[in-house]
Design a protein around this ligand. Structure first.
Ligand code: ADE
Ligand code: ZN
Length: 340
């Protein structure tokens, strides 16, 4: 398919985004605006010079800049503006359902109260539900470079808001911080009714994916690229129909893969794995949902059927009710049936 046809096809697909760090959607323009109103001086003298710093050799180099950027977020309105900007952007790309990560510790460790963070984010999500017809779930992520004790404190802080939070995740520096470090806090989180997911097998080995499944008991793996190294693991993912939330542009930008042509998503689909596509940190990695679909489809020469499978998988993997899943799944099928 020629590129404008492919772009049109992708634009119209009703999409679900299941792997998105709200702090990673912080566009430089908004970062400068919020820094200014909060009287904070950024280390960069212009938007252009900030953007030039977005060249990463690995996950840690990205995280260092990502945590620095988040430091300008102080007030509830800042968290609202950040979230609202993301939601209006993805609305323009026909994203109809989002499951959004936020990293409370990135903020509470700087003295920003948990309730300031969550109230701003939640207000924007509610507004998007009412005004843009975007459904949502909210996932609180523990930072794995910090201790399990610190994660327990975060769990405690979240409890007054647990009716707003659907699940917990595990993110930040993967190597040297295996899922096994967080067994107790994941068990406690589940007891409070939170669903469980974890980043695993992004930079880390297939063994971390096993740990996330067997020790943390997650229902979804974020990334999971490295599963193809281990056939027994692939069988396990298939048996339990465990979704993988893949982020192709992120993988290229963080050198998890060397080029898009090497992305494992097509092989995963061939094996029948419930693979899905998302943007991770779109402000840092050069694209939102449409760009992730487009660059992947182009590099791997994905067929219309494969694109439909990816879109269907995302709704299947979502935490929507079965009724809402069915509705969205038939929307996707109708869309592809009408496309010629
Ligand atoms: N936090 C934000 N983006 C992340 C990623 N890609 N991996 C781990 N932690 C993250
Ligand atoms: Zn991520």
């Amino acid at each position: 398919m020629e590129s404008s046809g492919l772009k049109n096809l992708i634009q119209g697909i009703p999409k679900a985004e299941l792997h998105l760090h709200i702090e990673g959607s912080f566009e430089p323009e908004l970062m400068f605006e919020i820094a200014k109103r909060n009287n904070i001086t950024l280390d960069y003298d212009s938007i252009e010079s900030l953007k030039k710093a977005y060249k990463f050799n690995n996950l840690q180099e990205f995280l260092d800049i990502y945590y620095t950027g988040a430091q300008v977020l102080i007030h509830e309105q800042d968290f609202f503006d950040l979230t609202w900007a993301y939601l209006t952007k993805v609305h323009s790309q026909n994203v109809v359902h989002v499951e959004v990560f936020f990293d409370p510790q990135t903020h509470t460790d700087r003295g920003i109260a948990f309730d300031v963070v969550i109230k701003g984010i939640y207000r924007a999500l509610e507004k998007a539900k009412n005004e843009l017809n975007i459904s949502f779930k909210l996932i609180m992520s523990y930072l794995r470079h910090l201790s399990e004790e610190a994660a327990f404190k975060t769990l405690e802080s979240s409890l007054p808001y647990k009716h707003w939070i659907d699940g917990v995740g595990l993110d930040s520096s993967e190597m040297g911080n295996p899922p096994s470090k967080f067994v107790n806090v994941f068990e406690a989180s589940a007891k409070h009714g939170y669903k469980l997911v974890a980043h695993a097998g992004e930079e880390g080995p297939a063994a971390y994916i096993w740990e996330a499944l067997d020790l943390l008991k997650v229902v979804r793996i974020d990334h999971g690229n490295r599963c193809l190294d281990d056939e027994a693991l692939v069988q396990r993912l298939l048996e339990k129909n465990i979704p993988l939330t893949l982020c192709p542009l992120s993988n290229v930008e963080l050198k998890v893969i060397q080029k898009m042509e090497e992305h494992p998503v097509a092989k995963m689909l061939d094996k029948g794995i419930l693979a899905t596509l998302h943007s991770d940190d779109p402000a840092y990695f050069g694209g939102y949902m449409n760009e992730n679909y487009y660059e992947t489809a182009k590099a791997l020469n994905l067929s219309k059927n494969q694109l439909m499978q990816l879109a269907l998988n995302a709704f299947e993997a979502s935490w929507l009710s079965s009724e809402d899943k069915e509705k969205q799944i038939s929307e996707v099928k109708n869309y592809f049936n009408s496309w010629n």
